[in-house]
Design a protein around this ligand. Sequence first.
Ligand code: PAF
Length: 280
Amino acid sequence: MQVIRSPKIIQKTSLALKRRGQTIAFVPTMGFLHEGHITLLRRARQAGDVVVLSIFVNPTQFGPKEDFKKYPRDMKSDLKKAAAAGVDFVFAPTPSSLYADSFETYLEVTNATRELCGQFRPGHFRGVTTIVAKLFNLIQPDIAFFGKKDFQQYAVIRRMVNDLNFPVKIIGVDTVREPDGLAMSSRNVYLNDQQRLAALCLSRGLKKIKTAVRGGKKDLKKLIGILQQEIKREPSVKIQYVKAVDKDSIQPLAVYRPGKTLFAVAVFIGKTRLIDNLVV
Ligand code: PAF
């Protein structure tokens, strides 16, 4: 496994691999790898001749009051995990090598970013699409893997790739959960034992929605209410949003659409923001 820090070198390496006819499978991450990322890497290992992992905590997707500085980082452990998962190249640039002082070009998906996290994290998706486009240009992947825990991000990236004709196949991978249902996230490390227990209301509520839908319930307000009720039982959990949107366009839905409805939730537990979702 080779660790590359320079954007120029990763681009030169990728172009050389492509010239030799190798397919590149790419997993973009912000590091602090957990089982969810490892699942993405396993899928990439099966899909490409060469697996590239990027580890970069991207400053442009964090708001001024968000946790960019505090975001968990552990490069040594990440490199061990990456090697064990069969990664060929790790791209781990510094912020200044990707964002020169003169940087002023951003990429924006307009509609799919209006709702859900986009409403509460202005500029977040602009940062995500800009960095992912830069990484695609540097790494030249044939196929790239994104976790569906950030379902809106997955939808926004697909929109960007379609709209701008990036020659990359985007694969969404199901959320990996702890045995008790908690969606894996690098931010789970911020939770103390009590908060972690309280956080289970998200997966519990989503599961109840699934059961209700399977039992024939279709009233969107009532379905959303099931999750809201479950969360309100935990006084330490503060709802930012609970919404139902179309899973592809991320636009609000007036009625339940079988198989196309994304129930998405964001909460704060103390200072920790958690998200989860269900497509049903
Ligand atoms: O999902 C993430 O970890 C990040 O948003 C991504 C896609 C690596 C872009 O910084």
